[in-house]
Write a protein that binds this ligand. Sequence first.
Ligand code: DAK
Length: 259
Amino acid sequence: MQPEFIIIHQQVVPYVAHIQLNRPKELNALNLQLMGELRDALKLLDADDQVRVIVISGNEKAFAAGADIKQMAEKSAMDMYNTDQFSTWDTIKKTKKPIIAAVSGFALGGGCELMMLCDMVVASETARFGQPEIKLGVMPGAGGTQRLTRAVGKALAMEMVLTGRFITAQEAFQAGLINRIVPVELFLQEAIKLAQEIATMAPLAVKMAKEAVLKAFDTTLDEGLHFERKNFYLLFASEDQKEGMQAFMEKRTPSFKGK
Ligand code: DAK
């Protein structure tokens, strides 16, 4: 079945897929159906050999203005428990290939949390980031207190979470939340360009390096170094390691196969 609230563009450039969140009238508010479609698309793309990097965007006005407040408003704690939305978010988190968020306009609440699940962020100069859940009588529930704090530090995270203040692209860049700021008309193009650059690298090395960097967030330094070493050794079992080093010595561009 065709998804209703996302658009999947396969091979926007070689080995790069682009998923566009597409509920523009609702500023891409993340309802359950959209999140389910996104989860399913990421699972498919993660298993597709023709895809090495995934870009997720909204549109110029909004990446996503948060979880769908209208869908949540009447829910009880048991409704929330029974729908188990976290399993969807957990599946997204397990995506092995790098995901680049292309953000313009609002990235709020669950939208900011979804962005932080991505591995890199290219933002337009109009991007605004925030965790405004506090104004709705709740608090972030999908990583906004944890990933945001790790990314920008306690002072700014506490302020954003407790006041709901939106920060600008410039503030987000200075705080280390995003990778780069580009003119609004270029935000998607630049994200795809970054994806394309990564897609030329050895796919297994990219996946294992992503895994190792993420490990740094939930382990001790010793365990993290051990994990890094294991992945480093493992890559010497790949054909791409032989190809990459051979190509260097022969002064040619390597041709990586993901094997
Ligand atoms: N939900 C539903 N509809 C939304 C929405 C949202 N989050 N954000 C905007 N819309 C809708 C508006 O209601 C409006 O629809 P109509 O009234 O025209 O039908 C339309 O989008 C355009 O919005 P505005 O007219 O408000 O546009 P403005 O430019 O004036 O304002 C705004 C833009 C982004 C400042 C404003 O719309 C706004 O404050 N939106 C709400 C932002 C917000 O509070 N976001 C946090 C939501 S709570 C979980 C995972 C995650 C979460 C929860 C659980 N689990 C895994 C269990 C996350 C929670 C949240 O994100």
